[in-house]
Design a binder for this molecule. Sequence first.
Ligand code: SDX
Length: 429
Amino acid sequence: MTDKKATLNIGDEHYEFDIREGSIGPDVIDIAPLYKNTDRFTFDPGFTSTASCESAITYIDGDAGVLLHRGYPIEQLAEKGDFLETCYLLLYGDLPTAPQKEDFVNRVTYHTMLHDQMTKLFTGFRRDAHPMAVMVGVVGALSAFYHDSTDITDENQRMIASLRMIAKMPTIAAMAYKYSVGQPFVYPRNDLDYASNFLHMCFAVPAEEYKVDPVLARAMDRIFILHADHEQNASTSTVRLAGSSGANPFACVAAGIACLWGPAHGGANEAALTMLHEIGTPDRIPEFVARAKDKSDPFRLMGFGHRVYKNYDPRAKIMQQTTHEVLGVLGIKDDPILDVAMELEKIALEDPYFIERGLYPNIDFYSGITLKALGFPTEMFTVLFSLARTVGWIAQWKEMIEDPRQKIGRPRQLYTGPEKRDYVGMSDR
Ligand code: SDX
């Protein structure tokens, strides 16, 4: 707390509000008493200037293009760490010691299998159902099978539910993919690391041995790290709001998956690759850039722009490096879509429209090219995003539940509808 105050003058009314400082980043004005003291609300529909909570998990400096998880830069975690270590960091607040890491990996590994009855849920979907629809349904159903870890007041049950979701999301995601391509489900293997196990469940077939390429597994693991958490983005805010009512964590994560699906959010990776294919060749880029700038055209450059980053998304830089690494390992010399992406990025970054608005490539701009090269169909891209973001949703949900000041989230509104009026009978309408 600081003794700094904010004053609000409305006509001859004068009000004071506390200013609170974080460890880094902007101060906040504590307006909780605003309505009680002034009989007025604030108005900020997109939460562009509103902090919804206090958090110690992730910090973004959008102007500097900085992303920290518990203080560690994303570049260092992506280069030197691995995804389960990042999960531990997000959940517990510090990097694990060797024994802590081994214990955590073992606990996750032994929760990777799904209750076998759940395999029947998949058969209720059409084979051509979007895999995100399957994810929302199956993850939401977890609470029906793991009811013994839904008491959110019990710390032990909260941790078991957290481990179960981190462990089972790759299994469910792989099953959603297998179901969509008509291949049999592949069970998890405890002898494989997290990313290798996921690739094995996706691409192995019973008819032959499938060896996971360690370089591709490392790239997959790094992609999971890049997507793990990102402050109070739309899907994380959805999970927090759902959790604030006391809903069980499985239901909250299912709500997060539903929100992430939107093309303005996690669905942008699928939309970005679709856009790059629609552009097709570098000579058509100016036509699409003109459309993106045309206010009468709803088209936007997918994978560009961000509510917080007004500089390069640091994750996009690492993703671009990973793209080149994966294409190199796979011997894909000249990917025409990558050529379009790099030329589009170059043109956009030199265009005043994008420069003035701080529009840079975000994590979704290159991820699709990499995931496609790894063998995933476009519809699976947001599923992979939800797989990785589950730990972020869970860590933020846990932080909220453990905050003694936590209350149910219930925003107010500016009402612009009709004033009170009497019912009109049908014959008088
Ligand atoms: C993710 O929040 C997170 O942290 C999300 C995420 C995470 O890890 O959780 O980082 C993941 O969702 C990344 C973002 C993926 N979405 C896209 O790539 C879709 C395309 N981007 C846009 O839809 C947009 O940039 C948003 C939604 C990402 C951000 O929108 P804002 O903050 O509401 O910005 P805005 O719409 O107010 O735009 C400001 C200006 C506008 O022009 P003016 O009215 O000022 O003239 O920039 C323009 C917009 O028209 N603009 C774009 C643009 N994005 C913004 N113009 C063309 N193409 C774009 N992509």
